[in-house]
Design a protein around this ligand. Structure first.
Ligand code: CMC
Length: 426
């Protein structure tokens, strides 16, 4: 067995090296705690928090595989529901399996009718992510049997319910904002086309989404479906490690995704582009991003793992051209400004040195905007898509033998023991 040796105050500790099927070896530090030592890695810069066979990323080479399949091949030849099947089962479905899977997902797309009352409790201007966190969490109350996470059948039913209902949850959070009636799902439409229908149709007017635009949205879903142990997925795993209800775990992941450093970045990109306002002001914003004291970052740039072009960003960049072509928006000023910003940042010494490339959210916001989706819904769409990966990762963890509740330790920097002083003496 290959080991790593750790020397602490003359004490020699041998730690086994674990080998994955791809990627760097991992030092197994599990026995260190019982020997009186902890490792320190806030932000998990060098820590593998679990083992997983679902998704692989090589950040230096810019590679992303779902179950071994390169994301480029899946984006070209597959669709979101097929990718979800792959993430869950480990293999691509055959034609019959795919039909059964797609049908089951479409058959579970309605929400419990009582949920309408929940929506009506929100302010009309509630952020869709605030609504999504609540409604997804509330599903635990509608399906109490889902708390039996030891039962694989119950887990499977919850996975279908989540994947099927989350587009309805998201679309209705938007309809509620708009003050329009909720539009029920249509089982004859594909997953993305149905979502566009629920967003854009009204009881007075149907909405038949163009196949090109539905395909573009489906590709956004597919590209966001999973991304190994990112902050929200780790949150889902952390919550699920106590065997909490799956709907509660996915609500926790949705809450984490909301932040502007994670899934909120696509919304933040559009807000930033609106703030820049004109190509002539790009230089100022780039300079602000380079100035540490400004607290400003270029949204849609940089990634914890990718120190090369994010492969999803390259596909999404291409999708921008296709969608803007289809809609006759080649001269879209926001897209033009985004391309100029991309060019200036890519040629800038600061961004080159720090390996800060545009990430997927830089382009996905532009495509979503062109699809007529309001900025406030961008992160909700990311959550909808990532649900496929979250539940695959949650199921993998719950089903794994030797499972342990997640319980990190800390480096305590507070006061040492002191004696309590009664209020009258302070
Ligand atoms: N603009 C300007 N400087 C940046 C940026 C940026 N967007 N991102 C990182 N830096 C600098 C940062 O100041 C730091 O400089 P120094 O080494 O001198 O202190 C260095 O680059 C490393 O940054 P970090 O914050 O230590 O890196 P991280 O791996 O902890 O953070 C990140 C990754 C994505 C949070 C960060 O790059 C960022 O805030 N980007 C903007 C938000 C964004 O686009 N997020 C979407 C990520 S992709 C979607 C997803 O997976 O959720």
């Amino acid at each position: 067995m290959t080991t790593a040796t750790l020397q602490i105050d003359g004490q020699r500790i041998e730690l086994p090296l674990m080998k994955g099927s791809l990627g760097p070896d991992v030092i197994d530090t599990r026995t260190l705690g019982s020997q009186g030592h902890f490792t320190y890695d806030p932000g998990f810069l060098s820590t593998a928090s679990c083992s997983s066979s679902i998704t692989y990323i090589d950040g230096d080479q810019g590679l992303l595989y779902y179950r071994g399949y390169p994301i480029e091949q899946l984006a070209e030849g597959s669709d979101f529901l097929e990718a979800a099947y792959l993430l869950w089962h480990g293999e691509l479905p055959d034609a019959e399996e795919k039909t059964t899977f797609d049908t089951l997902v479409s058959k579970h797309s309605m929400l419990h009718d009582q949920m309408l009352s929940l929506y009506k409790g929100f302010r009309r201007d509630a952020h869709p992510m605030a609504v999504m966190v609540s409604i997804i969490g509330a599903m635990a109350a509608f399906y109490p049997e889902s708390s039996d996470v030891a039962d694989p059948r119950q887990r499977e039913i919850s996975m279908f319910r989540l994947l099927a209902k989350v587009p309805t949850v998201a679309a209705w959070s938007y309809k509620y904002n708009k003050g329009e009636p909720f539009i029920y799902p249509r089982n004859d439409l594909g997953y993305a086309a149905n979502f566009l229908h629920m967003l854009h149709a009204t009881p007075c007017e149907s909405h038949e989404p163009s196949p090109v635009l539905a395909k573009a949205l489906d590709r956004i879903f597919l590209l966001h479906a999973d991304h190994e142990q990112n902050a929200s997925t780790s949150t889902v795993r952390m919550a699920g490690s106590s065997y909490a209800n799956p709907f509660a775990c996915i609500a926790a992941g949705t809450a984490c995704l909301w932040g502007p450093l994670h899934g909120g970045a696509n919304e933040a990109v559009l807000t930033m582009l609106a703030e820049i306002g004109d190509v002539s002001r790009i230089g100022d914003f780039v300079n602000r991003a380079k100035d540490k004291t400004s607290g400003f970052r270029l949204m849609g740039f940089g990634h914890r793992v990718y120190k090369n072009m994010d492969p999803r960003a390259a596909i999404m960049r291409q999708a921008c051209y296709e969608v803007l072509d289809e809609l006759g928006l080649h001269d879209d000023p926001v897209f033009k400004m985004a391309l100029k910003l991309e060019q200036i940042a890519l040629e800038d010494e600061y961004f080159i040195k720090k390996k800060l490339y545009p990430n997927v959210d830089f382009y996905s916001g532009i495509v979503l905007r062109a699809l007529g989706i309001p900025t406030s819904m961008f992160t909700a769409i990311f959550a909808l898509a990532r649900t496929a990966g979250w539940i695959a990762q949650w199921n993998e963890m719950v089903a794994s033998p030797g499972h342990k509740i997640a319980r990190p330790r800390q480096l305590y920097t507070g006061l040492q023991r002191r004696e309590f002083v009664p209020l009258s003496e302070r």
